[in-house]
Structure formats: C-alpha cells, structure tokens
Design a protein around this ligand. Structure first.
Ligand code: TXA
Ligand code: MG
Length: 352
C-alpha cells in the first residue's frame, strides 16, 4: 500500500466514539490500524482474516515465522480461540487481565496459521488501555497486533514513532499520547504445569511467582549464545537495535560513572559522536563536553522502562556513533529493562 495514512488524536480517558468506530470499520474490512496499548503502540489487523494479517508482515517487513499476539477486549472472546483453558491460565487471568501479560494457549482451528507463524499455539492478551479495548470491541473480532514499528526498530511508545516507521504503509494511526509502561508485555507459556517466561515485561517474575508459585525463565532470552533457540520466535531476532553501538558499563555506581567518563572522552578524541545514557541521579557527574541522555530515575525504575525506547530513537535521530550506558538492577521490572538494553547493545558489556 502506498496511500495516505489517516492520523487521528483521541483522548485516552474519553475516546471519541466516531473515531473509534472508524478504526473498528477499517479493521473489520481488512485494513491496518495502529493504536496505543498500555505497553507500546500496536499495529492491528483482523487476527482471523489471513489476508489482513499478511498486510501486517508486509508493512513491518517482519519475518513470517514470527507469530503475532491476538488482542481481546472481553474474556468471552478467549474460549473460541483456544483448545482449552488450563487451571493455571484461569488463575493468571484473574490476577493480571486486563493487563500487560500475554499467554500462549493451544490454538483452535479458527486461528489462521499465518497469525501464529505456523505454530499450533496462539499468544493472547487482554490489554487494559481504554482506546485499545474500545477499538477491539468496535472491530468485533480478535485483533492481531505486533508492536507498530518497522522490524528491527525499537517498539513505538508514541504515535510519532509509528508515523516515522509506517506512514503511507498503513490505513490509520490513532494517537493516544505516550504509552504507560513503554516496554512490551510479558509473554509466558502456560501449556505446561510450570509457567515459562518467554519475554520479560511489565508483569515481573516476582509478581507471577506471588500469584502461582514457581515460574521458570526461558534460558535463551538473556543469553548471547546463538545456539540456544528462544521459544518465542521473536526473541531470536536482533530487535530494538539503534544504529549507534551501545556499550553497557556494569559495576557499582561510582565506578560506572568514573569509567564511563574515561571511555567517553577517549571515544570523543577518536572523533566519534559520543553519548552517555545516564539517570537523574548521575547526569551531573559526567564531563559536560559529552551529550547526556537521561533515561529516568534510579529510584523509580518504571520511568526508565517507559523512556528506554524513546531514548534509543533519539540516538538514531541524532546519528550517534557510540553510547555508553549505565547498567541497572536485574530485579523486578529491571529484568525487562536489562533484557532490552542488553539486546540493543548486542551483549556488549564491560564489567568495572
Ligand atoms: O506489549 C505487547 O505485547 C505489544 C502490544 C502491541 O500488545 N505487542 C507486541 O507484539 O510486542 P510483537 O509481535 O512485537 O511481539 C510478540 C512476541 C514475539 O516475540 C513473538 O515471537 C512472541 O510474542 N509470540 C507470539 N506468539 C507466540 C507463540 N504462539 N509462542 C511463542 N511466542 C509467541
Ligand atoms: Mg515487536
């Protein structure tokens, strides 16, 4: 498609019904609409219509073996999409839906193979964002929605990011402002007795454990070793990667700052465009000849999660060559933050 993309702004608390219905109609008729969720912007299509789903892969340039998440806005939509609902899923649904938790189920025959990248499981999520819920309800069908970025770019947390990547390739963008969490949903496999985290996200391992006991993590997702194949096909691609080389500096905060200052000045002398990914707590401590990107507040890690992809895009926009990034705790939401950061850095980590 090479048409004009309609851009509409809506109020996230009180979305305009006319615009929502217009988006719903486009989806029902096999078109593509990008809309906000509480995690990142999604690129929606009718998840039960193979032709519509095919357009998602084309617009994003996404490999066809990378399955999509089906989004629902009413718990009654779940049953027809899956072969069964395990007890474990029922517990997790009660605690975390609607919300940023995606679960994989054995798929029913009505879910087309193209939606699941040929797998016999289907990933399902019930978002909490009001705009997302209303659009899905208006479309009267489960909505397949990957993150609304071009494949290989950071997921979009603002409508302007979607426009940069997909303008002219999709029918409509609904602008509902910046997304709340800023990182994609947690994906878990619940087809066995013990749930396995396939992608870290806003619903943390600690939160899941509190709800259902033991939770495993797919060993391949935080591992640079290419011989381990992640169970979520999307995790094997070099996602979220800015053009700049990112180098993570890990250690105690004082030596992080000291070493970043040292490395950054060396790179600058070499004629590189150097930046530092810092925090509210450390921004004053760096040499003022170096560009500082403040990603958030160390005491409020959710601020780091919600700004991370925006900051990645700024690196691209400013054509940075090299970024020295402070590392963060791996606990709670830190697991998701460090997972995205390590991938963006191609696991280039210096321990100090
Ligand atoms: O927060 C989110 O989940 C956002 C918003 C829009 O909802 N969506 C999103 O979708 O991040 P996407 O397509 O960018 O990422 C989906 C991830 C991929 O890593 C994919 O491989 C995995 O979920 N996935 C999808 N279906 C799966 C399945 N049946 N089994 C294992 N992994 C699956
Ligand atoms: Mg994605």
């Amino acid at each position: 498609m090479n048409n004009k993309t309609i851009l509409e702004q809506v109020d996230s608390e009180n979305p305009d019904d006319y615009i929502i219905n217009r988006a719903g109609n486009i989806l029902k008729n096999g078109g593509l609409v990008a809309f906000p969720t509480e995690t990142v912007y999604g690129l929606g299509a009718d998840g039960l219509n193979s032709n519509a789903v095919k357009k998602i892969y084309l617009a994003k340039g996404r490999p066809s073996d990378n399955p999509l998440i089906l989004h629902i806005s009413d718990i009654n939509q779940l049953d027809p999409l899956v072969k069964n609902i395990p007890l474990l899923a029922e517990k997790l649904i009660k605690t975390f839906w609607p919300g940023p938790l995606t679960m994989t189920f054995e798929k029913s025959y009505i879910v087309p193979a193209i939606t699941t990248g040929g797998l016999n499981t289907v990933a399902i999520r019930f978002p909490t964002n009001k705009i997302a819920q209303k659009i899905i309800t208006a479309a009267k069908t489960p909505i397949a929605a990957p993150s609304a970025n071009s494949s290989g770019k950071p997921s979009p947390t603002r409508a302007s990011h979607v426009k940069l990547d997909l303008d002219g390739k999709i029918d409509m963008i609904i602008d509902g402002g910046a997304t709340e969490f800023g990182l994609e949903s947690t994906v878990i496999d619940i087809t066995n007795d013990i749930p396995i985290i396939l992608r870290h996200g806003a619903i943390t391992k600690e939160m899941l454990e509190q709800a259902v006991g033991i939770v495993k993590v797919d060993k391949a997702i935080d591992n640079p070793n290419q011989t381990l194949i992640p169970k979520a096909p999307g995790m094997k691609y070099k996602h979220y990667s800015p053009k700049a080389q990112i180098i993570i500096i890990e250690g105690n905060l004082n030596s992080i700052v000291e070493n970043i200052n040292k490395f950054a000045l060396i790179s600058k002398k070499e004629g590189k465009k150097v930046g530092i990914m810092a925090t509210e707590q450390t921004k004053q401590l760096y040499d003022n000849s170096i560009d500082i990107f403040v990603v958030g507040n160390r005491d409020k890690p959710t601020t780091i999660a919600s700004n991370l992809f925006k900051v990645f895009r700024e690196f691209d926009f400013l054509d940075m060559d090299i970024i020295y990034a402070e590392s963060f705790s791996h606990n709670n939401i830190g697991a998701a933050i460090m997972n995205r950061l390590q991938k963006a850095a191609g696991y280039n980590i210096i321990k100090v």
